[in-house]
Design a protein around this ligand. Structure first.
Ligand code: RAT
Ligand code: ZN
Length: 430
């Protein structure tokens, strides 16, 4: 931020004059500071069909699918047999017309419409579709990044996904500097027989038995994919019953292959712990559940590998406080985001508050987890508002004691929270 910009907010000299001004400036800066979104399922335009955007994709977001079924007596098969557009119409009727869209995901859709300049009061879905129909993917990426203030996006990149793999193997994937890759390795840890088959088909000499040769080949696989993608970190989602250390495949994979490769490449390992996949398989992607996790496993990893950085988020509300306390003990642990079912206003508020109370501004308060591009608009707007409010409360307390934060300091703190803490943790301060 330039001093000219600073002075427009605070008047002569840049000093904040009143508590009301302190709050206003904090909340405004929280809304406008550029963001690095360090975990999404979004893609750059060159990934083609993987890059989801537009009204029908937004309405068929899996968060909304599961909410819609609460109002339906119909079968799952009927839903899945519909075209995407029909599914979108069905969800629109269930969640927006027959009932009011007050849930986080449903109200988020309304925030998107409004910010895209569409007439929310018309409730005319076809008008919304038409308004976006003339746009290209590239135009929509530019527009949404502009509106949401998201400057940099981390994708989730899975070499075990055939469609995505082809993009990378044909030399693509790195054409848009606003996007970076994160190498997703769930299959290696959570579905080893499948991973073995896939790696074999790609020419790696691996077998299900954990032999020295297999370890060497898994490390080669990881190293080559990190290089091919320029991956900024390695990432996995784990069930809540993940235990480390244990006499099992996961511990061997982490100790023998993943940590050595992360260390050789100088990248963090991101663990997202606490998902129970497909508790209702008929809901497909929408059928996953959260479960409590064992923070002691994270503790064991951080203690055993003090030189390795761990990015960590957990899915159960019950784990959040303990995890934040653990981050006080291990500087190689960076807590990030309010994940999935925690990405609702009440939880974001609670978690942001106690994280800042325990860790100051040394956390990454949010990531979006967006799957459809326009979701950046609502996920960040809703979270920014809360982050600004929490921070303003803390500055007001300081103000009452006579400690006056300056506008530059507020900007610095928000830049840390929304950008720099991520890049610094990677050792790539910007
Ligand atoms: O938030 C989501 O959309 C989930 O379906 C998951 O993708 C989760 O975020 C994950 O990365 O495993
Ligand atoms: Zn995710």
């Amino acid at each position: 931020m330039t001093s000219a910009q600073v002075n427009t907010r605070t008047g002569a000299g840049g000093a904040i004059q009143t508590k009301a001004e302190l709050r206003r400036i904090t909340e405004e800066l929280a809304m406008s500071t550029k963001v690095t979104d360090m975990h999404t399922h979004l893609y750059a335009a060159e990934f083609g069909e993987l890059m989801l955007w537009g009204i029908d994709e937004l309405l068929t977001y899996h968060y909304l699918i599961s909410e819609s079924f609460r109002w339906s007596e119909g079968t799952y098969e009927e839903f899945w047999a519909m075209s995407k557009r029909e599914q979108a119409d069905w969800i629109w009727n269930k969640l927006f017309i027959e009932h009011s869209p007050v849930s986080e995901a449903a109200s988020g859709f309304i925030t998107i419409l409004e910010r895209l300049g569409l007439d929310v009061s018309s409730r005319n879905l076809d008008d919304y579709r038409q308004a976006l129909a003339s746009r290209t993917t590239e135009q929509q990426i530019d527009a949404v990044m502009q509106v949401s203030g998201v400057e940099h996006i981390l994708m989730t990149n899975d070499p075990f996904d055939k469609v995505e793999r082809e993009v990378w193997l044909s030399g693509g994937g790195k054409g848009d500097a606003r996007f970076s890759a994160a190498l997703r390795v769930d299959s290696l840890l959570n579905d080893w027989p499948f991973a073995v088959r896939e790696m074999k088909s790609l020419g790696y000499e691996v077998e299900e038995a954990w032999t020295e040769g297999t370890v060497t080949e898994v490390k080669r696989f990881l190293g080559e994919w990190i290089g091919r993608m320029d991956a900024l970190y390695l990432a996995v989602s784990m069930p809540g019953d993940f235990v480390y250390p244990a006499q099992d495949h996961r511990t061997r994979m982490i100790d023998d292959a993943m940590i050595p490769v992360c260390q050789a490449s100088g990248i963090p390992f991101a663990l997202m712990i606490g998902v129970r996949r497909r508790v209702n398989p008929e809901l497909r992607l929408a059928g996953d559940m959260s479960m409590r996790s064992d923070v002691a496993s994270v503790e064991a990893l951080c203690r055993r590998y003090p030189e390795q950085k761990f990015l960590l988020t957990m899915l159960a509300r019950e784990n959040q406080h303990e995890l934040a306390v653990l981050a006080r003990k291990f500087r190689n642990l960076m807590v990030f985001g309010c994940w999935w079912f925690l990405h609702i206003e009440s939880m974001v508020e609670e978690m942001t508050r106690f994280r800042i109370e325990l860790l100051g501004t040394s956390v990454i308060p949010q990531h979006s987890d967006c799957r459809v591009f326009e979701q950046l608009i609502y996920k960040w707007e809703h979270s920014r508002r809360i982050i600004g409010r929490v921070l303003a409360d803390k500055y007001e307390r300081l103000w009452d004691s006579g400690w006056k934060v300056t506008e530059e300091e507020i900007q610095r703190d928000l830049d840390d929270l929304l950008n720099q803490n991520f890049w610094r943790f990677l050792g790539r301060a910007r």
